[in-house]
Design a protein around this ligand. Structure first.
Ligand code: HDE
Length: 716
């Protein structure tokens, strides 16, 4: 028997050797689990070489299959168990690997190790998702997008599990199951998929005025981002950061896309459901494969503890935001997503986020929605991933070694050595041992908040104002954005069968946001709103601001035309030199000019050469592109003009407010399509140089907003 090694001096001896990860650490960890079959024999899971993978073992060539056939049984048995429950919300997602690198400002606010050193890159895995639809639903539906980031820090995993909108539908976690039951496909027929345009959703939200602000966000074009790279992200709740001196500050987290914000428009989003249901995930995947990383800045709004009550809203209320005009967003780091997963199931499906995963220097607030989430995520993974060992799944493992006395349970992989699976122990040297809190490499210590209260099931009076920030959002939108919101309410309510639900929205909810909004939506439904807003309880506060520029999608624009995709329409007889010249100019600026032809067959050029098209007209339709150029060449233009699909291509692009240019004879096609230059966003000239400056300018603006009213008349 060994000497008793349990002494205080031993316990104070060196803890873990310090963990120094870099942005490759997670990939290195995953490497041990990657499996590449190249050059290997086909074998069973028990390692036996398989001689025939086509035929089951039978009693005679035409006889029954034998139970003895372990090769068949193993294969079929594994296949039968391939599926796991999909996430109850956020089932459809796509993810990417990358890294986070802090700016100098970060360490001032938090002692968390990942903020300490501006040269260090912490690996991250980020999953974007829709909320309502099932795993096989469409990408571009009107919905909130999840924006979940797992930071694999030296001190453990930190999960910032946010959304692309800064507020939420409800104030208390107690209502989450009700909200989700209401928004999900209806229970009797499982309709509709990926949409909120149905009775149970509008029934619930019209009875829950606290949802008014968030519903307005989801009726805006924010609900269908053009690309994940153009999407803002928000932590939603107020969190706490703790600095090296132990001082806590309240913070709101923001992800600001370096490519600016940009969304689809509704008709385009709907058409994409059919044309490319995987649009968002395909674009992210393709860009990363091309080396075009996605980039965001992490920012924080900081509220000193003494200022907790300095606002006209309660900072613990998740249906409210803090306007950036009141508290500016301080950038504290940059995130880059530059590597696609190797396997969707192993990584994107099995990743398990939990807002309760924090590291020293980051802590929670008492937001009652956040508090409920701290229970729900761990709980949901137990079912979804089959038990409490899901942290051993490679994508979920922290990059630093971890030891504790948790043992056994289904699918345990770790082979724990030693006899003592308890603490304190004197048998295994007292290990693993606790780490006292410290400014650096300390153990986690919950923020020492004083709480002196009665147990009570109640909602704070300070959560009582449901409309003033909805009004703030409405007044912060551009005219076009407001029109789109009116159209969205009108469409959604048209799908609601019960008239009293429509009436409740138009007569009770909308007038409290804006009378004009109520009147316009009411007009489209033949429902008269009241002539003034019904009196509502707004005892707590009214937003001190009339509008906040940051709430408009148009506020944050990309400074260049990188990543933009331009369709160049070509057919036999096209001016190949023009096409090449345009492609070159676009490429120089990081944009792409893709040739789109009637078929995939090589296209002959005016110059006697040929070019291989990138896609067919209906293979990469205009809804997948940012702009369209019809190349010159009299025969090419005549062919495209004579085709329904050719005309449709430019008409649809016109309807979706995209820049359109015609080179040389292309004017014939534009005329036939009923689109004539000069008009803002329509360019026409004989050479690429003749259109390029204006075209580039229009492309930079993403869409030609002045065309919005006129575009509605386009039948495409
Ligand atoms: Fe979630 N949420 N949520 N949520 N949530 C889940 O966890 C839940 C909320 C968010 O890509 C579930 O693993 C409750 C707000 C994202 O894997 C579940 C409440 C925000 C994801 C769950 C909320 C989110 C989830 C389903 C209210 C933005 C996808 C599967 C109290 C700040 C993460 C899972 C991924 C997923 C519960 C509200 C974001 C059931 C109880 C607010 C991005 O645990």
């Amino acid at each position: 028997m060994a000497n008793n090694p349990y002494t205080e001096s031993n316990r104070d001896a060196a803890h873990d050797t310090e963990c120094h990860s870099d942005d490759d650490s997670k990939s290195d960890l995953l490497e041990a689990y990657r499996s590449d079959a190249e050059g290997h024999d086909l074998r069973t899971n028990q390692g036996t070489r398989i001689a025939d993978d086509h035929n089951s073992l039978k009693a005679g060539e035409r006889g029954p299959t034998l139970l003895e056939d372990f090769v068949f049984r193993e294969k079929m048995n594994h296949f039968d168990h391939e599926r796991i429950p999909e996430r109850i919300v956020h089932a459809r997602g796509a993810a990417a690997h990358g890294y986070f690198q802090p700016y100098k400002a970060a360490a001032r606010y938090s002692r968390a190790g990942l903020f300490k050193d501006t040269s260090r890159k912490t690996p991250v895995f980020v999953r974007f998702s829709t909320v309502q639809g099932g795993r096989g639903s469409n990408d571009t539906v009107r919905d909130v997008r999840g924006f979940a980031v797992k930071f694999y820090t030296d001190e453990g995993n930190w999960d910032l599990v946010g959304n692309n909108m800064p507020v939420f539908f409800i104030q208390d976690a107690m209502k989450f199951p009700d909200f989700v039951h209401a928004v999900k496909p209806e229970p009797h027929n499982e309709i509709p998929q990926g949409q909120s345009a149905h009775d149970t959703f509008w029934d619930f939200v019209s009875l829950m005025p606290e949802s008014a602000h968030m519903v307005l966000w989801t009726m805006s074009d924010r609900a269908f981002p053009r690309h994940y790279r153009y999407m803002e992200g928000f932590g939603v709740h107020t969190f706490r950061l703790i600095d090296r001196e132990g001082k806590a500050r309240f913070v709101k987290f923001h992800w600001k896309p370096l490519a600016g914000t940009h969304s689809l428009i509704w008709d385009e989003a709907q058409k994409l459901w059919g044309r490319d249901p995987d649009f968002n995930r395909r674009e992210m995947w393709g860009d990363i494969e091309n080396g075009d990383a996605l980039e965001w800045e992490l920012g924080i709004q900081v509220v000193e503890e003494d200022d907790e009550h300095a606002f006209d809203i309660d900072i613990l209320d998740p249906t409210k935001l803090i306007p950036e005009e009141q508290v500016a967003v301080t950038p504290i780091g940059k995130m880059v997503l530059d590597r696609n997963p190797d396997n969707y199931f192993a990584e994107t499906e099995q990743v398990a986020f939990n807002p309760g995963n924090v590291v020293p220097g980051i802590d929670f607030s008492n937001d009652p929605l956040l508090q409920g989430r701290l229970f729900s995520y761990l709980d949901t993974q137990m079912l979804r991933l089959g038990g409490p060992n899901f942290h051993e799944i490679p994508i979920n493992q922290p990059v630093c070694p971890f030891h504790n006395h948790q043992r056994d349970a289904p699918h345990r992989q770790t082979i724990n050595k030693g006899q003592a699976s308890y603490e304190p122990n004197s048998i295994d040297g007292g290990w693993p041992t606790e780490t006292p809190p410290a400014p650096e490499n300390g153990g986690f210590e919950s923020y020492n908040e004083r709480i002196d209260a009665h147990k009570i099931r109640a909602r704070s009076e300070s959560f009582g104002d449901h409309y003033s920030q909805a009004r703030l959002f409405w007044h912060s939108q551009s005219e076009v954005e407001q029109e789109h919101i009116i159209a969205a309410y009108t469409f959604e309510l048209s799908k609601v069968e019960r008239p009293w639900i429509r009436e409740r929205v138009i007569q009770n909810i909308l007038p409290n946001i804006d009378m004009e909004l109520a009147r316009r939506v009411g007009e489209a439904h033949g429902i008269e709103p009241p002539d003034h807003a019904p009196a509502v309880k707004e005892e707590f506060g009214k937003s001190a601001l009339d509008s906040s520029a940051a709430l408009s999608l148009l506020h944050r624009q990309q400074p260049d035309i990188r990543y933009r995709k331009v369709a160049i329409l070509v057919a036999n007889g096209v001016d190949g030199e023009q096409v090449e010249a345009l492609q070159k100019k676009l490429e120089e600026e990081g944009a792409a000019g893709l040739t789109i032809a009637p078929s995939m067959a090589p296209v002959s050029t005016l110059q006697g050469g040929s070019l291989t098209p990138d896609a067919m007209l209906n293979g990469l339709p205009s809804v997948t592109m940012d702009a369209v150029v019809v190349a010159g060449g009299v025969d090419s233009v005549a062919t495209l003009t004579g085709m329904g699909l050719g005309l449709y291509y430019v008409q649809e692009a016109y309807k979706h407010l995209k820049p359109i240019a015609g080179l040389g004879d292309a004017r014939n096609l534009l005329d036939a399509a009923g689109i004539s230059a000069p008009e803002e966003g329509i360019m026409q000239a004989d050479s690429v140089d003749g259109i390029y400056a204006d075209f580039r300018e229009a492309l930079l603006g993403h869409r030609v907003w002045s065309r919005d009213a006129k575009a509605n008349q386009m039948p495409a």
